[in-house]
Write a protein that binds this ligand. Structure first.
Ligand SMILES: [Mg+2]
Length: 317
């Protein structure tokens, strides 16, 4: 450990601050959270592992912290929920500089403050191989109103927020040896659609919803499997991020199969506005009673679409 556990916990406690959801935060055996009356509790947990989800040479520590919490908050967004508190378990090797830890916490807590989320506890340990951060986020949603993956029915329209493929395209350039400065670190900073998820839930528009963490094809397949429907996607309708000096649209395969987008994917039986909370929303296809996914090209030809999502950079590394 770069700092003693006691010192690290004291530092996190000082930085964590206060929050109305928190009756008791760091400093007791368990946190005590205040959940609004009539709400149900949402809980999600996500690993951020060095050389699986991030690399120290590509991702600055603030960005690693920011992305770590984004993974958890995005799951709350996908349920239409409101985040209340986060719990961080952090395992560090002896080689991790103290400044890395400080900046990691700064990044994580900047995002927590932005969304009014308390860092309410966690654990620290020594790691024998790489940095391991595990984030748990607790949120809440009005009783019975959580948006599930299983609510889609045939002949609903499929929508996605924002534009896809930016982070996957940037990572692929880094893997090919492109310089980080040229790729632009901004592409590695994920979006987070908490306000859109809550707006959609309040207006009862989505029947099924998921956040795109593993790639459009993989996450759409999760909705299809949980809802027992199929899906037809229109290739030209899929919004692709722009990247590089020419601001060209990224290759379709990054938008289809790349991960780390953290946009929301949902189905609806009703008309959905083109912009929600300042974020563009695109209609990209529809659900079918026939199972399986298909991609329809510009000529109207349909071919089978397999989930080919995010493998992080495990194979290539
Ligand atoms: Mg998710």
């Amino acid at each position: 450990m770069p700092v003693t556990e006691k010192k690290l916990i004291q530092r996190i406690r000082r930085l964590a601050g206060k929050n109305p959801s928190l009756v008791m935060g760091i400093g007791d055996d368990a946190a005590v959270l205040r959940i609004p009356a009539g709400h149900e509790v949402l809980v999600t947990t996500d690993f951020s592992l060095e050389n699986v989800h991030f690399r120290r040479e590509w991702h600055c520590p603030q960005l690693v912290g920011w992305r770590c919490l984004t993974r958890g908050l995005s799951d709350i967004a996908a349920m239409g929920g409101e985040p209340r508190a986060a719990f961080l378990s952090l395992a560090l090797g002896r080689d991790v500089p103290e400044t890395w830890v400080q900046k990691f916490l700064e990044g994580l807590l900047a995002l927590a403050r932005k969304h009014g989320v308390a860092l309410a506890g966690g654990d620290t340990a020594e790691s024998l191989s790489g940095i391991q951060a595990d984030i748990t986020v607790v949120g809440s949603v009005p009783k019975g109103k959580a948006v599930l993956r299983s609510g889609a029915r045939p002949n609903q329209q499929i929508y996605v927020t924002g534009a896809l493929g930016g982070p996957a395209s940037a990572l692929s350039e880094l893997m090919l040896g492109q310089h980080l400065g040229r790729v632009g670190e901004g592409h590695l900073r994920p979006h987070l659609r908490l306000a859109v998820g809550q707006w959609l839930r309040r207006h009862r528009l989505p029947c099924a919803m998921i956040d795109i963490s593993d790639g459009l094809s993989t996450d759409l397949e999760h909705i299809c499997q949980e809802s027992q429907v199929g899906a037809d996607l229109v290739a030209d309708a899929i919004p692709r991020a722009r990247s590089g000096p020419g601001k060209n649209r990224v290759d379709l395969r990054f938008a289809l199969h790349g991960g780390d987008d953290y946009e929301l994917l949902f189905t609806s039986a009703r008309k959905v506005p083109a912009t929600i909370e300042g974020v563009a929303v695109s209609r990209i296809g529809q659900t079918t009673s026939r199972t399986g996914m298909r991609l329809i090209d510009a000529h109207g030809t349909a071919r089978r679409l397999d989930a080919g999502g995010w493998e992080h950079f495990r194979q290539e590394s």
